[in-house]
Design a protein around this ligand. Structure first.
Ligand code: RNT
Ligand code: ZN
Length: 422
């Protein structure tokens, strides 16, 4: 009780301090309702999936490292973990599921055979949790992806197999969106590329374009499915060429009216995804984000509140793009408690949006237009030491989720009671 009083008192003081800068913190708390984060299911089990018992992530230029105990090994465990995560997060979330996580009930169902029925229990779970659901075809961890090419393969049999997978995933996504009454963001990422310099880059890109067009020729209402395409610079074992590069997919998304998925682990280290948003928005209706943290060769460390994520959030908020940007997360760290990884990464992303909302943007633009750039910089620096934490804590209190570090003990307890028994 005493603690809650302190949080409220701190908030009142923070409110006054932000008001001096022209920022209304109560309004910011309301605006946070628009920050909906799609929780990627694959941090629960290191991208293993449930196609076969004990499946592991393999191939595709992505890798989960670490062997921290307690990973989810069944749908029931995964749902329990996600429910725990949801209970520790303020605000609204969605579920982002990969095709390898279907409810296959012990049956071997290959990727070109999946149907809505394999995902019905997930749709029902989302209904129960009152959340929306997003979906992804899985073009890795499969023998037909071993050559390094899927939708861009020159082997027509391989290409047809993956094309069928993609078509089915779109049909499943549309049904998800229909049943849940919220458009399902269906994101296509393929690992296609090559270790050494190929001669026929163009050939593979032409095949990818053809495959995508063939799959997209089936029309679904936008109220049910929103297709996104995700680029990458390189992957492990695909260092010399990635078929689905940023140029390729930006062109594709613009010409086909699709979403571009910007994963901030997929660019040259000095490129900023935050800077790309307003560029893409001139030509696209919507953008999907994969918020992550690249570290050296890895593109998928747990998100923390850093400058990259902050610029992404600030650019979205400054330009009123919240309704046009779908926010997904993409990281998988198997070396720490996985529930902890989710909570830290999601909260860090939410914090970045809250900090962005706590900016007196119009005042800063006025200064910028008047050439008052020293004043602009002074305010930006001052904002860094304003009591953001007090607003954040109050938000968590208001949302009835653990404040400050209180989630640590909850996760430790869950680890002791549930995770270590797996
Ligand atoms: C891989 C992409 C992709 C995957 C998920 C599992 O580099 O970022 O989004 O991480 O599909
Ligand atoms: Zn991604």
């Amino acid at each position: 009780m005493h603690r809650n009083k302190l949080i409220e008192k701190s908030y009142d003081i923070a409110k006054e301090q932000y008001a001096e800068l022209g920022v209304d913190t109560d309004q910011v708390l309301k605006e946070m309702e628009k920050v909906v984060i799609s929780l990627h299911c694959w941090q629960t089990d290191d991208v293993g999936g449930f196609e076969t018992p004990g499946a592991e992530l393999s191939g595709g230029g992505i890798q989960a490292t670490g062997n921290y105990p307690g990973k989810a090994t069944s749908i029931a465990e995964m749902r329990a973990d996600l429910e725990k995560v949801l209970s520790l997060l303020p605000g609204d979330q969605r579920l982002n599921l990969h095709a390898i996580y279907g409810d296959f009930a012990g049956e071997k169902v290959d990727r070109d055979q999946i149907e809505v029925k394999h995902f019905q229990s997930w749709i029902d779970w989302c209904k129960k949790e009152n959340i929306g659901m997003d979906f992804n075809p899985t073009f890795f961890s499969h023998p037909s992806a071993d050559s390094g090419f899927t939708l861009s393969s020159k082997d027509e049999g391989v290409r047809q197999f993956w094309l069928e997978h993609l078509k089915r995933c779109r049909a499943i996504s549309a049904e998800i969106g229909k049943q849940l009454g919220s458009p399902c963001v269906h994101n296509i990422w393929i690992p296609d590329g090559s270790k050494d310099s190929p001669i026929d880059r163009n050939g593979h890109r032409a095949i990818l374009k053809k495959s995508l067009d063939e799959a997209m020729s089936i029309d679904y209402p936008k109220a049910q499915i929103k297709d996104a395409v995700e680029s990458k610079l390189f992957g492990i074992g695909a260092e010399s060429m990635t078929v689905g590069s940023h140029d390729f997919y930006l062109g594709y998304a613009i010409s086909r009216n699709k979403l571009i998925c910007l994963d901030n682990g997929h660019f040259h280290p000095t490129e900023q995804v935050g800077d790309k948003i307003s560029a893409c928005m001139q030509f696209l209706d919507e953008v999907l984000l994969h918020v992550t943290r690249p570290v050296r060769w890895d593109s998928d460390h747990v998100v923390i509140l850093n400058d990259d994520v902050q610029l992404i959030a600030s650019e979205i908020v400054r330009n009123n793009f919240l309704e046009r940007v779908k926010i997904g997360l993409d990281f998988f760290d198997a070396s720490i408690n996985r529930i902890g990884a989710y909570v830290i990464g999601t909260r860090a992303t939410q914090k970045a949006f809250m900090i962005a909302l706590l900016e007196p943007t119009s005042k800063l633009i006025e200064m910028e237009e008047a050439g008052q750039n020293f004043e602009r910089l002074a305010i930006l620096e001052e904002l860094k030491t304003k009591p953001f934490g007090a607003v954040w804590d109050y938000y968590c209190l208001q949302q009835k989720v653990p404040v400050g570090l209180d989630f640590i003990s909850e996760i430790q307890q869950y680890e002791k009671q549930v995770l270590t028994k797996r």
